[in-house]
Design a protein around this ligand. Sequence first.
Ligand SMILES: [Zn+2]
Length: 452
Amino acid sequence: MFSNLLPCPAHLKPLGGSRALAKHEPTLLNDPGLPAEGYRLSITADEATLAYSTDAGKFYGLQTLLQLRQTDGTVPLALIEDAPAFRWRGFMIDSSRHIQTVEEIKTFIDAASRFKLNVFHWHLCDDPGWRLEVERYPRLAEVAAYRDGWGFGNDNPERYGGCFTKAQIRDIIDFCAARHITVVPEFDIPGHSSALIHAYPHLSCTGDDVAVLKDACVSDNVLCPGKETTFDFCEGVLEEIIDLFPGQYIHIGGDEVPKDSWDACPLCQKRIADEGLADSEELQGYFTKRIAAFIKSHGKTPIGWNEVLNAGLDPDDVVVCKWHDDRSRCDDFANRGGKIIMEETKHVYLDYDYHRTPLQQTYRYNLLPDSLTAAGKQNVLGIEAPIWTEWVETFRRMCYMCFPRLLAAAELGWYGKAATDYPDFKARAEAQRSALAAIGVEMAPLSDWDPE
Ligand SMILES: [Zn+2]
């Protein structure tokens, strides 16, 4: 009777039997003693109550109730006292490499919200296309948003692209707010910038025009931190992002920044000399600190991919997404007081196929490894699972890749670790199939989840 519950609640006490709820049930109670996002659901033979201290807690309690409802309309009698282990329970959608419609994004968000995920990290710009309307820089929507052909192995020569208007983005932000999901926009700089450099070539070291990428390479064309105009541009974009997105966090990327153009650029070399930096790696540190300071001066919190730590940042400079930390800097950063989000490729990169990342590899992701001290573990904000879209051209494919693995991420984020034995989790994930199909999300077939 509890086989539909996902994520697993922190405390569940079955009382035996079941009954239909009356129209006025559950009775809603405000209980300031409950944790934010927590709730207490009590369904006895005599009454059904849902207690919470915040609207988010009420929303999560109602999601649990929705999952408890049996096909005959009854709900099992039970006491559930529940709250999340982690405050960051995220999913990321890459809209640059392949773009989705507003309706597709809403469908995905709706699905994610049923499993108590609460952060939508939106990867809005990258080498293969810019997807965010910026009024001050109209060529981003007009020029940087399009590439010459579909690319990524698809030989369709048709111009490919598109850009979300501010009205569309506000619509999605409101849709998320109704489901207690924060939207975190990503402005990926100074690398992954060839689309914007195609629109504004003077922002690179050489000023040469470059094409919007249509393959999975990392472009060598990056922003020039030797030029003040680069900072003017970034701050102009950030001002509009800060106005548009009400959430606390702004992601500034910082991943995979080739340094060849900086090594050869007189302005970058002058900046390195003037600022007393050692090399181009430290120049990225300078860039990150300066952009992060701008964001913080507007009362927001910057986030970066783990490469931003290569130049050595202070724990209060940024929040860091740990995706591929081959220099082991995230653990040290967290142990020194920095906040990190667990997002490692081998567990939660949902664009990797099921042969490379079977469902059980996602479910067995340890968010609090022993490489973290007790204090370091306190600095893990939670988990995030991205879907990169180089090889994900359609929404159907996106759903196939994300469901059920996103459900495993949701359970780890809410319960804090694998909550039950793996076959039990698998059965609870499979039990979501019809409810997801009803809203237009088709899960991967069970036989594909854990290939031999
Ligand atoms: Zn330069």
